[in-house]
Design a binder for this molecule. Structure first.
Ligand code: ADP
Ligand code: MG
Length: 730
């Protein structure tokens, strides 16, 4: 029996999934495995606690003696919860998380065995970095790197079965200082934003001393049966089905979105939610998504660094918990052709330490002017750096999704809703006039009354926008479901920091010339609206008209990763990142190289899997069925039956034979194309070649014939689980 039918049998033998106990109140377990401030208070001395807090709040350095105390406190807390090992937990550029477990256990020089965890072990570690991507950084600079403690993200305990490990969030850098992960540049970007935003806030409120960027992600994913997934080598190796004919029923009835959550998936959700709560991940919503077997979860928003850690952690927890339920989570952007793919909307805003959301319209003219300032600066930042934002979401997986009439197009535009469009239009309409202090445009900025209207406006049309204002935050929707949010968040916060710094300079220049503060601010806001209005778009982002219109407006529309990545190393990007202290030029070049290599490898693996599956699964099944037909025709002929009565079989034979030969031929051609691409030395050229000469030329072509065969060949000969089984057996 083929693995496909064994898998279907296994599926039928499952007794409705794993038992998950009754729900506990979330607050009873929330943060149970996190070294929270409250726990720190309990386990640390006054001195250590204060030092840790100062470091969390203001990035103050912790000295060795205090670090020893903190480490001791951490260990006694962890041991009280049955922990034996610890690890520095970090996010290398591979896109997954990395850990190297060390035991507290050690043997002293006199032979006594003790458990130990000192400040040095807390603060710094040297993982064997040679197997993490560095884009040539390590080759050029230094062969090894180290992980360093990030006190702003609390330590947590990861439970795997009965094992418990203390995880310490860290950054990962080369000895020469270059960052090798997602977190280190993100922290720099957030610091740059904090500084620039506080200075602008001080125009309106002198009490603001800190601005934190906030992120609430929405994670989409597919869940399918594990046995069925294991019977698909493509899912196993690429998380994507490279073949598969569309099932008779897909998502056309929209019945999944509104339907109830299937029981087995529901048990899985409750289980991974409980794990997440213990880790302090504040999940709040769960629901079905549009495609069959597709779901979404979202937390309450948090400070960006923590939110990014929590998202990475969640992806890990989900995949692990799914195994317990004999399910497989697919985080790939496009696991199935013909139905929606998955994204990860990044809801983003900024908040002051005085408790103000800087992207929420205020209740007074003054607070509204502050809102308008941050709102217009965001639009300007996205306008000026749309290419860079596009590069931050580029990946082989996301290429299948962007612009596919389900996800935002590859054109970066901003949706602000009808009301705010009008407000911006009115300010822009007064170009040439001088604002004055008693100006209606300033005094009558009456935005809060319009919030309900704003929200109404947001429920429909903005779905097609990659970057939409949704009442009190922007939603960056083009991010891929498997992505680490760290990269898009680094870019977004850096471009915002940079734009705000320029804004401050521009306003100060006008004030110096004698303008009143509010008037100067209004003038610069007006100037920015004029300069960036090309990026504003309220229409249907999926329409062909928009592509034409966007081109007229000069907005970039780059559809493939190798070219989208160019923006990462443009002169403009280099200037931006170096002046804001986020990346050095060599770091940017290294990252560019790494992204290109990731792209090449992904396409390479998919091409190989396509070839293997065609040769080992598809063609043998087709030939078996071909032989059955031949035997049948021969038999009928031998009996002297009229030729007309088996002509159907002959036509089928012809069709099958034709598909077989086209597949065979193109698989061979694709291997040749890969060889040509592999011989290209320049990484960018190689990536472009893999895209145009391998992927574009052969993927759809081969797939077309394989999917046709799937519809012709007898079901029982077909060895790969079909879409209907993957999507509807759960
Ligand atoms: P919707 O479900 O309509 O998209 P929600 O208000 O439920 O809108 O928010 C969606 C996501 O946006 C949630 O993860 C939420 O936490 C997040 N969010 C809300 N306010 C902010 C904010 N100020 N900053 C960042 N994210 C936010
Ligand atoms: Mg949303």
């Amino acid at each position: 029996m083929s693995l496909r039918f064994q898998a279907i049998n296994n599926y039928h033998k499952r007794s409705g999934g794993v038992e998950v106990g009754p729900s506990t109140k979330v607050t009873a377990i929330f943060g149970e495995n996190v070294f929270t401030q409250k726990v720190a208070r309990e386990f640390l001395s006054d001195e250590a606690y204060k030092s840790l807090n100062a470091s969390i709040r203001g990035g103050k350095k912790i000295d060795r003696a205090v670090a020893n105390q903190i480490a001791a406190g951490l260990r006694s807390w962890a041991e009280s919860k049955g922990v034996t090992h610890y690890t520095h937990w970090f996010q290398p550029l591979t896109g997954t998380t990395a850990e190297k477990h060390d035991s507290f256990f050690t043997i002293k020089s006199d032979g006594t065995a003790i458990e130990e965890f000192d400040g040095a072990a807390l603060i710094q570690q040297e993982p064997d970095a040679s197997s993490f991507p560095s884009g040539g950084l390590r080759a050029t600079f230094e062969a090894r790197g180290y992980t360093a403690w990030d006190p702003s993200s609390p330590a947590f305990i990861m439970e795997i079965g009965h094992g418990r490990t203390l995880c310490i969030p860290t950054i990962f850098v080369a000895y020469t200082g270059e960052s090798l992960d997602y977190k280190a540049p993100l922290l720099k970007a957030l610091a740059a934003l904090d500084k620039a935003a506080v200075e602008v806030c001080n125009y309106f409120d002198k009490n603001v001393t800190k601005v934190t960027a906030t992120l609430g992600w929405e994670q989409e994913y597919f869940v399918i049966d594990e046995a069925l997934a294991n019977a698909r080598p493509d899912l196993l190796l690429t998380e994507r089905t490279v073949y598969g004919a569309a099932p008779a029923k897909g998502q056309q009835l929209d019945d999944h979105y509104f339907g109830s959550i299937p029981e087995r998936v529901y048990a899985f959700m409750r289980d991974f939610e409980a794990e997440s709560y213990k880790l302090g991940i504040p999940l709040r919503t769960r629901h079905n998504e549009v495609a069959p077997a597709q779901f979404e979860c979202a937390p309450i928003f948090e400070e960006v660094n923590l939110a990014v850690d929590h998202n990475t952690l969640l992806m890990d927890v989900m995949s692990r918990v799914a195994k317990r339920h004999k399910l497989r989570v697919l985080l790939h952007e496009k696991p199935f052709a013909g139905i929606n793919g998955s994204g990860k909307h990044n809801n983003w805003s900024m908040a002051t330490d005085t408790g103000v959301n800087l992207l929420a319209p205020g209740k007074t003219p003054k607070t509204n002017l502050m809102f308008l300032t941050f709102f217009v600066n965001t639009i300007k930042a996205v306008h000026d750096y749309s290419g860079l934002l596009r590069s931050a979401i580029a990946s082989a997986g996301n290429d299948f999704r962007l612009g596919a009439n389900e996800a935002p197009p590859a054109i970066i535009s901003v949706f602000v809703g009808e009301y705010l469009s009008r407000v911006l239009g009115e300010i822009e309409g007064r170009v040439g006039e001088k604002f004055d202090e008693q100006d209606e445009a300033i005094l009558k900025l009456d935005l809060h009354r319009s919030i309900p209207e704003l929200l109404l406006d947001n429920t429909d049309r903005n779905r097609t926008s990659p970057f939409a204002f949704t009442g009190n935050k922007f939603e960056f929707r083009a991010v891929g479901s498997s992505a680490n949010c760290g990269n898009p968040m680094t870019v977004l916060n850096t471009i915002m920091a940079d734009t705000l710094r320029t804004f401050k300079k521009d306003v100060d220049a006008l004030i110096e010339k004698g303008d009143k503060k509010e008037v100067a601010i209004m003038h610069i806001i007006q100037k920015y609206i004029v300069e960036s209005k090309a990026v504003l778009f309220e229409g249907d982002g999926y329409s062909d008209d928009w592509e034409v219109e966007a081109e007229k407006r000069g907005l970039p529309n780059i559809k493939t990763t190798p070219l989208a990545l160019d923006a990462m190393i443009s002169e403009k990007a280099k200037h931006l990142f170096t002046t804001n202290g986020v990346y050095s030029e060599s770091e940017m070049e290294a990252r560019h190289e790494i992204e290109l290599e990731k792209y090449i490898k992904k396409v390479q693996i998919e091409a190989r899997v396509m070839g293997d599956l065609a040769t080992n699964h598809i063609l043998p099944a087709a030939i078996r069925y071909q032989n059955q037909l031949i035997t049948n025709v021969r038999g009928l002929k031998d009996l002297g039956i009229d030729h007309a009565l088996y002509s159907t079989q002959l036509t089928m034979l012809e069709k099958i034979s034709e598909h077989i030969s086209v597949i065979r031929y193109n698989v061979e051609q694709m291997v040749e194309a890969r060889k040509v691409s592999n011989n290209i030395a320049d990484t960018r050229e190689k990536a472009i070649s893999y895209q145009t000469e391998v992927k574009d030329k052969y993927f759809d072509l081969i797939r077309y014939h394989v999917d046709k065969l799937e519809l012709l060949v007898a079901d029982e000969e077909w060895t790969l689980p079909k879409y209907r089984e993957l999507l509807f057996l759960r």
